[in-house]
Structures are given as structure tokens and as C-alpha cells.
Design a protein around this ligand. Sequence first.
Ligand code: DAH
Length: 335
Amino acid sequence: MAGFLDQIEPMKEAALAELRKALDLSALEQSKGSWIGPNGKFTALMKQLGALSKEERPSAGKIINAAKAALEAALAARREELELKAALPKEPTDFTLPGRRRALGKLHPLTQVTEDIVRSFRKIGFVVADGPEIEDEYHCFDALNTPADHPARDSQDTFYLNTPDKLLLRTHTSSVQIRVMKSQPPPVRIIVPGRVYRRDNADATHNPTFQQIEGLYVDKNVTVGDLKGTVEFVFKELLGEETKIRFRPHYFSYTEPSFEIDFSNALVKKLGKDWLEIAGCGMVHPQVFENVGYDPEIWTGWAFGFGIERIAMLRYGINDIRLFYENDVRFLKQF
Ligand code: DAH
């Protein structure tokens, strides 16, 4: 018994020294195996416990267990040290270097322009309304007093869906006028930004999908003067205080009288022109009011619609509409 116990202390010391010296995790695992693994030296010593007498076994067992616990504690401590060391950078770190910042994204130029337009209209009491991009002929055409033989309704001009009820991709945001008026009594003061679709071939100024903003104002005693004043206010906000606008007579089936809006400012002059056409508008046709159940003897109103791309192109000096949809970051980063 004495010889057996005498071996424990020096063996423990030797094992501790080796474990503490291990230079990395794999060296540590290796010396763990050689001492307390199944074939380890310390394990072999423990196996001799069985050869001791019944009386000797408890105290010897105690001593051996204490030694084993000390080895395991040393093993865990060294492992923690080595793990920490492994996690540290190999190169020295210069903590005075500036941090790396994540580059922030930006809103798409069309979204920026839309938000500016919406902000201007909000100042004068308009709210944003919304409607579906997949429409039916009723909201897109019939209720807007657009007859069946109108070219906009031709399959060469409009994307029809292959459904029995002739659903289509809306050709303009004017369909939302009908949806809003049908859902609430007057007065109405809305703007509707949204995507529209037409069967155009893409070129520098056309794309089969683009975005519009529709406006609708319905109240008593509304005049063309209100329309002109509102349009002037918003365009000056958008394109600069020196912006001038003019109304040219035109035809739309859902307004009477109807106009096209031209505007003029330094940008237009730069393009070598005096005026540039920008929007359609007019006084809401009495038939449209009839169609939505508003009494045209009581209610009056105006509406307009314009393309957002057109305004963004002018504002930023962009000469090809397709740039908006290619999502080339080199283009998008500029705005
Ligand atoms: N919907 C027309 C278009 O897409 C634009 C338009 C013209 C809208 C006159 C209106 C309006 O509300 O009154 O070209």
C-alpha cells in the first residue's frame, strides 16, 4: 500500500507540469490521453486499486480521486487559456484605426421624387389612396366614360390577362378615382402614386411599365382656377420657384373641359425648348359623377395625372428612362 500511495504524488506532479506546458489544444488533448485516457499512466495506477485490501481501498481511493480531480481541473484551466489564445488575432491590432462603417443604401430616385410630390400635396390637405394594378375594364375604362372603341382598350395597347372576365394591367392610375369615389361620399382630396402598364416597346422615353401620380379633388364650387393654382403650387415646389405652367385644351373622356399641362423653367430651356408637356388634367365629367353615384348638380371637381419618370428625368437630367429599371448601382448611387 505504501509503495502504491508513494507513486501517486510524483505522478500527479509530472502530469500537472505536462498539462500546463501544452502549447496548443491538440498537444493538450494528447497529454490528456497519455495520463487519464483509457490507456493513460494515471488510469493504469487507478486500476491497481483493485489489488489493495478491503481496509486500504477507501483511503487510497480518496487520495487517487483527489489527484484525478486536480488533473482534470488543470486540464480545464489550460484548455480555456489555449482556446482564448487561439481566438486572439495573429497580427497585433491597432485599436486607434477608424471603424469600418456599413454603406447605407438609398431610396430609388423614382421613390424620392414620388415622396417629394406626396409631401407637397400633403401640405395642402391631400391624402394618399391606393388601388389594384390588376384591374377590370369597368374601373379602368367604362366608369371613366371611355367608350368600347377607344384605342386604349385595344389589345395592342393594353395587357389583358387570360381570364374570362377580361382583367387587365391598369393603363393609368385614373381607375383609382372610381374606386375611391365609390367607397366614400364627397368631398374627396386624394393623390394616387402607382405603377401602370402599356404595350409600348422600350426605348429612351418609353417603357412597358412606368409610374404615375393621379390627383382628384371633389367638393362644391370647384373651378379650373383651383386646378391651376394647385398644379402651379406643386410644380414650383418640385421644380423650382421660377417654374411656369400653362394649360392647353385637350381631350380626355373623363374630364370636360380637359387640358394638357406644359411647364417651363431653366431645365426646359437647356433642352432647347420653351415648353414641355408634363400632365393631363381637367374638370371631372358629369357622367363620371353619375357613374359613381355623386350628384353632378351638387358636386364639382378636378383631376390630373402625370408620369413620375418624366419629372425625375427632368429633375436629374437623365436621358434614358430604362436606366431607372436596370438597377445598376453605379447609376443609383448618384441620387
Ligand atoms: N390618365 C391619363 C393618362 O394616363 C392622365 C390623366 C388625364 C389623368 C386627365 C386625369 C385627367 O385624371 O383628368 O394619360
